[in-house]
Write a protein that binds this ligand. Structure first.
Ligand code: HAM
Length: 428
């Protein structure tokens, strides 16, 4: 063989022995979103690059360093979506969902996102996010609802070691006051910071606090905290969010340094971390927050929103660390063994009949001997096995063998599906 092609760095395959876990999580997501009345939205995997520049913010790491951007054959600049919020808001505006009689519009999505990051455990270049967005309300109760939905999903798959970290980024007025204080704080010694931070000082000084290069600089620890610059209204909003979380019995810790890596946030910001032992450097499972100006920034009417996103990859990692097993694959119900060509033809018809009746059925397609086929039936966990040869073809009947008990029952060809259906309904 020549040089084998491998999956690109930072991507991976979900192999058949893992897919049941994904399906279980996806089923839980659908069930939970139905309980909370969030409806699914599906948006394109690529968008105009400008959407993310304007939506996510052109000083963020995501936009400056991590986007998969390309020119298409019509010379448009397109980008594989690095996150879902900008796309959902674009769609909300484009499709005039703000005009729907029932606001807020409560949406959820699951799908692949793309970021050119340095791959490590829990950090991939293609990863799958589950996210929700509630757009069209600035009721603090909806903030608490969104947070509780995220927590509930983790709980429903069996995670326990969770920590909800909460902060308020305040409104525009509070943020401007804080921004001025930050500039005053960092400006005199900005020469000691990396070149990115120098740009950040002018464009978005809050981002300095997020810098991975300068995080140990002494000025970081003494930087003015946003908490001290929240105006009365922002403080009152934050207090209400906390009150609703208390009402739901959801515990949280306040972290005034939680700033989040995207520009659209204001007021509520939160992350859910895993405290499970053995977790690597990355312990954030989920991040989200309020984005009151984003719909207007993308050309819509005033429609305040809040949402979150979590990757399924990190959820699976957390399950592994907490040693929670999910995703039992469905066992095979009937394995039909054919001894010769004539019975194979009949067996082929029988498995079709079984499947039409909602019974999973399979047979051998590699011409193996009886013994090897028996082993195969065993490995697949078949509940029933049928062996068909000359005798069965002559009598029009088979011995239906129940593997768990070894019991055999003689059944006419035409009654196989009916008999199994009856047995199944007795078991239930
Ligand atoms: P984010 O914090 O950039 O926020 O990402 C949210 C979550 O996506 C992270 O907590 C993590 O679970 C997952 N994630 C991000 N990057 C990677 C990666 N490279 N590999 C694996 N998982 C990753 C957002 O994306 C916002 N759109 C969230 C939001 C929705 N805010 C409001 N609405």
């Amino acid at each position: 063989m020549g040089n084998n092609i491998q999956a690109p760095r930072g991507t991976y395959d979900v192999l058949p022995d893992q897919s049941a876990k994904w399906q279980e999580i996806e089923a839980k997501i659908i069930e939970l979103c139905n309980l909370y009345q969030y409806k699914e939205i599906r948006t394109p995997i690529f968008e105009h690059t400008e959407l993310f520049q304007r939506g996510v913010g052109d000083t963020t790491d995501i936009v400056t360093k991590e986007m998969y951007t390309f020119q298409d054959r019509g010379d448009r600049s397109l980008t594989l979506r690095p996150e879902g919020t900008a796309s959902v808001v674009r769609s909300f505006v484009e499709n005039k969902l703000f005009g729907l009689p029932d606001q807020p519009v409560k949406l959820f999505y699951t799908g692949p996102m793309f970021r050119y990051e340095r791959p490590q455990a829990g950090r991939m270049r293609q990863f799958v996010q589950f996210g929700v967005e509630a757009i069209g309300s600035k009721d603090p109760a909806i903030d608490a609802e969104v947070i509780s939905l995220a927590m509930e999903l983790y709980r429903s798959v069996g995670l326990k070691r969770l920590r909800l970290v909460l902060n308020s980024l305040g409104d525009t007025e509070s943020r401007i006051a804080h921004r001025e204080a930050l500039v005053k704080h960092f400006e005199p010694r900005i020469n000691e910071f990396c070149s990115d931070c120098k740009t950040r000082l002018e464009k978005n000084p809050l981002r300095i606090l997020d810098c991975k290069v300068d995080r140990d600089h002494p000025l970081m620890a003494t930087a003015p905290s946003l908490a001290d610059y929240l105006n009365e209204e922002s403080q009152a909003y934050f207090d209400q969010v906390k009150m609703y979380l208390d009402e739901l019995g959801i515990e949280y810790v306040i972290d005034p340094n939680l700033v989040r890596g995207l520009d659209y946030y204001n007021h509520t910001a939160f992350e859910i971390m895993s405290d499970a032992e053995g977790f690597g450097a990355i312990t954030t499972l989920c991040g989200g927050g309020r984005y009151n100006g984003l719909v207007e920034d993308l050309g819509g009417p005033e429609s305040p929103g809040i949402g979150f996103a979590m990757s399924i990859e990190r959820l699976l990692l957390a399950l592994e660390m907490e040693k929670v097993e999910i995703g039992q694959s469905q066992n095979l119900e009937v394995y039909v063994i054919a001894m010769d060509d004539a019975s194979k033809k009949k067996a082929f018809g029988i498995i079709k009949e079984l499947r039409s009746n909602g019974i999973s059925a399979d047979m051998d397609y590699t011409g193996r001997k009886l013994k090897a086929q028996m082993k195969s039936a065993d490995r697949k966990g078949a509940a029933y096995v049928i062996v068909m040869g000359e005798t069965e073809m002559a009598s029009g009947q088979v011995a239906l063998k129940e593997m768990a008990t070894g019991e055999q029952q003689t059944v006419a060809f035409a009654d196989i599906a009916g008999t199994i259906t009856k047995k199944k309904s007795l078991e239930e």
